[in-house]
Write a protein that binds this ligand. Structure first.
Ligand SMILES: Nc1nc2c(ncn2[C@@H]2O[C@H](COP(=O)(O)OP(=O)(O)OP(=O)(O)O)[C@@H](O)[C@H]2O)c(=O)[nH]1
Ligand SMILES: [Mg+2]
Length: 206
């Protein structure tokens, strides 16, 4: 979808005071360290190295903003919103100080940012809904903020495991109400891209 392919990097933010002025809708990718957030953004935007993906957990340390835009009838570029790549949580080897920093930065952003219209909760399909994921869900206490659980690395599961993981996430989404949803995804096998695009485009349209 053209809108997502338009993504371009605009700013990295290290603290809440450095956030750009709120305005256009923002969709943040959150999840455990190494879950596949940056990779999912690259697949969605069809840009190999827009967000920095890495085998080393804790690669993304800042809030990285990517602007989405469209061309109007006159050919002018009109900004429509932002994708935000968040640092991961739950990395066991991170020092306490770093964990506190995550809480202040990401927790503060998720809990307070008015222009944040939705969160893609990226979870390894082999272990969805870990305690740290539930902590993220608890941070999102605004009824206006959507939540889409992206069960990634689905290429690592057989069909029955995939079904079990998806059923579990869908049950959790149903508990949270109509603002929550869930899907399987694989960057490697390029599975679930259209579903992700359709969900996020729907958020931006509303
Ligand atoms: N098999 C498989 N591996 C994946 C998939 N998506 C991501 N990975 C791998 O998982 C590792 C972590 O990916 P990243 O996208 O950097 O993860 P992240 O969530 O951004 O990590 P942090 O920035 O450290 O929080 C990389 O080695 C990716 O290649 C997938 O769908 N399938
Ligand atoms: Mg990352």
């Amino acid at each position: 979808m053209q809108l997502f392919h338009s993504a371009r990097f605009v700013i990295s933010v290290a603290d809440l005071a450095g956030l750009p002025p709120a305005g256009l809708p923002e969709i943040a990718f959150a999840g455990r360290s190494n879950a596949g957030k940056s990779t999912a953004i690259n697949v969605l935007t069809q840009q190999k190295r827009l967000a920095f993906a890495s085998k080393t957990p804790g690669r993304t340390q800042l809030l990285n903003f990517f602007e989405l835009s469209e061309r109007d009838a006159d050919g002018q570029t009109v900004p429509r919103g932002f994708l935000v790549d968040l640092p991961g949580y739950g990395y066991a080897k991170a020092p306490d100080e770093q964990r506190l920093q995550w809480g202040a930065l990401v927790g503060g952003y998720v809990a307070q940012r008015q222009s944040l219209i939705g969160i893609v909760a990226v979870m390894d399909a082999r272990r969805p809904l870990m305690p740290a994921d539930e902590a993220l869900i608890a941070f999102i206490d605004r009824p206006t903020c959507r939540l889409h659980m992206l069960l990634t690395k689905a290429d690592q599961l057989n069909n029955s495991e995939k079904r079990t993981a998806l059923d579990r996430a869908k049950r959790r989404a149903a508990e949270l109400g109509p603002r929550a949803s869930a899907q399987l995804f694989s960057a490697l096998k390029r599975l679930g891209i259209e579903e992700l695009e359709a969900t996020l485009a729907g958020w931006l349209r509303d």
